[in-house]
Ligand binder design. Structure first.
Ligand SMILES: *Cc1c(COP(=O)(O)O)cnc(C)c1O
Length: 229
């Protein structure tokens, strides 16, 4: 079996094990930044059609090269309003909405011919200054603003734990996002997606209720250098 397919299978097995018999679905988004269109074709061929990219300029040529392949593209990077048109025109999901201004720009730019854009509000659960996201106590307000925009469909929340091998710390940070998620649902927002968990912490995220994990390295191998999230 080719390496990418073997890695994908191993990750899928770890997701099933982390669910410990729970019956909810966990959607696996394969994160393909720094990877070629051919690598993406391989992972789609192995059965994963949710693909995540972090940089608009890097993603657009791959999206063009793979036109006609059945892929749901997820934009998981930091988003600036001047990129809203490219993102709203080419992606099905955006995970990093953390300002009303960005949400409004996406809403205006979403083409009428496409279904409303699926959106997750990003919440800063690690309190690292370098990470994007609204503070947990501001998330509900932003969710309300996003849900009022007709060309966006608020699906849920996204968050990242700080890089640590301390499983208890990972879980504590993911639990914070889960708490905000439960509060938003209790307040009447129809959220169904908790986007949390990456290669080094997805098992902790699933233990805390994740419904969508974004995994790059464990599927495609290590990336060159370090990029900002
Ligand atoms: C790069 C990235 C990922 C995937 O990270 P890995 O550690 O390679 O699994 C997930 N989410 C976001 C927002 C990213 O930028």
């Amino acid at each position: 079996m080719p390496q990418i397919a073997a890695n994908l299978l191993a990750v899928e097995r770890r997701i099933s094990a982390a669910l410990r018999g729970a019956t909810r679905e966990v959607t696996l988004v394969a994160v393909s930044k720094q990877r070629s269109a051919e690598d993406i074709r391989a992972v789609v061929g192995a059965g994963c059609r949710d693909i995540g990219e972090s940089y608009v300029q890097e993603a657009l040529p791959k999206i063009a090269a793979l036109a006609g392949v059945d892929i749901r593209w997820h934009y998981i990077g930091h988003l600036q309003t001047n990129k809203a048109r490219d993102v709203a025109g080419h992606f099905a999901w955006v995970h990093g909405v953390d300002r009303a201004r960005v949400a409004m720009a996406l809403d205006r730019a979403r083409p009428e011919a496409l279904a409303p854009l699926d959106v997750c509000v990003q919440v800063n659960i690690s309190a690292e200054a370098t990470k994007g996201g609204v503070a947990p106590d501001e998330a509900l307000q932003l969710c309300r603003e996003v849900s009022a925009l007709p060309r966006l469909r608020l699906r849920g929340l996204m968050g990242m734990a700080e890089p640590t091998t301390d499983g208890a710390l990972q879980r504590a940070q993911f639990a914070r996002l889960r708490t905000v998620f439960d509060q938003a649902r209790a307040a009447g927002l129809a959220l169904d997606t908790l986007s949390m968990g990456m290669s080094d912490d997805f098992e902790a995220a699933i233990a805390e209720g994740s419904t969508m994990v974004r995994i790059g390295t464990a599927i495609f191998g290590a990336r060159q250098g370090k990029e900002a999230a």
